[in-house]
Design a protein around this ligand. Structure first.
Ligand code: IPE
Ligand code: IPE
Ligand code: MG
Length: 250
């Protein structure tokens, strides 16, 4: 039985989020500069995106550049931005072939014009695609997103569009960048780091967390399969007892 066959397609996570980490360490291991690691990560993105779409995952959200990453050396930021432009242009036809829609979350207005233009072109072009949504988190941080949501809600209250008592969990979710999609059920982080790094803090309240030692450029669809199999072997209790769940399913 192949790894893929071990996956129960009826119980797939609808939304998978990934923190693609370890490009710099991968490059170092290969005696190369950090940016070589980023370039090598593109292949992992391609394979993972295809693998997820083929399985039937509805939404795949990839952490590509965090708000905090703006503090990296200028040279590395420039290389990452250049790589983004290149990759988006090059991969858009593949997104079309695979019926994948592109979307972004984050403060994308802070990206260089050229990146934004390319992104918007690809987002528009793929807008009608329906097999899977690929969400790139760019200049994203969860605290930035939540702060924005709070500001917008406060504005609506001030303008009389909302009453303070209308504010509930659903309304908050609707004011986040991810309003259009279900919360991630599975969060994967590569490179052995066991932290969340300001990613989707509200949305992962009940996600299953999966950490792998693999560095991002080495990640392939089989690694995604392994994470999903692990996810499917967990008991998601949502505060209930194991006995309650068993009697509900009986
Ligand atoms: C992840 O790899 C890519 C980005 C954050 C853009 P890193 O660049 O963080 O690689 P390490 O963690 O230094 O190995
Ligand atoms: C998180 O990785 C951001 C992305 C993967 C884009 P980092 O490598 O920037 O995270 P920290 O700073 O080590 O937590
Ligand atoms: Mg890192």
């Amino acid at each position: 039985m192949s790894l893929k066959e071990k996956i129960d397609l009826q119980r797939l996570p609808r939304h998978v989020a990934i923190i693609m980490d370890g490009n710099g360490r991968w490059a170092k291991q290969h005696g190369k500069i950090r940016t070589f690691g980023h370039q090598s990560g593109v292949k992992a993105v391609r394979d993972t995106v295809e693998g997820a779409a083929e399985l039937g995952v509805e939404v795949l959200t990839l952490y590509a550049f965090s708000t905090e990453n703006w503090s990296r050396p200028r040279f590395e930021i420039d290389a990452l931005m250049h790589l983004l432009v290149q990759t988006i242009s090059k991969e858009t036809p593949t997104l079309m072939e695979n019926n994948i829609r592109l979307a972004t979350i984050g403060n994308t207005e802070s990206l260089p014009d050229k990146v934004l233009k390319n992104l918007n072109k690809s987002i528009d072009k793929t807008a009608g695609n329906s097999r899977m949504t690929l969400v790139l988190a760019l200049s994203y941080s969860s605290r930035w997103e939540i702060t924005n949501a709070v500001q917008n809600i406060a504005r609506e209250v001030k303008e009389g569009l909302l009453k303070p008592e209308d504010i509930n969990e659903k309304l908050i979710s609707q004011h986040l960048n991810t309003a259009a999609w279900p919360d991630p059920e599975l969060l994967i982080r590569t490179s052995g780091e066991a932290r969340v790094s300001n990613y989707l803090l509200w949305q992962i309240a009940y996600a299953e967390l999966y950490f792998t030692q693999k560095l991002w450029p080495d990640f392939r669809r089989e690694d995604l399969y392994e994470a999903i199999i692990d996810f499917q072997n967990r008991e998601r209790r949502f505060g209930k007892t194991s006995e309650q769940l068993k009697s509900e399913h009986a």
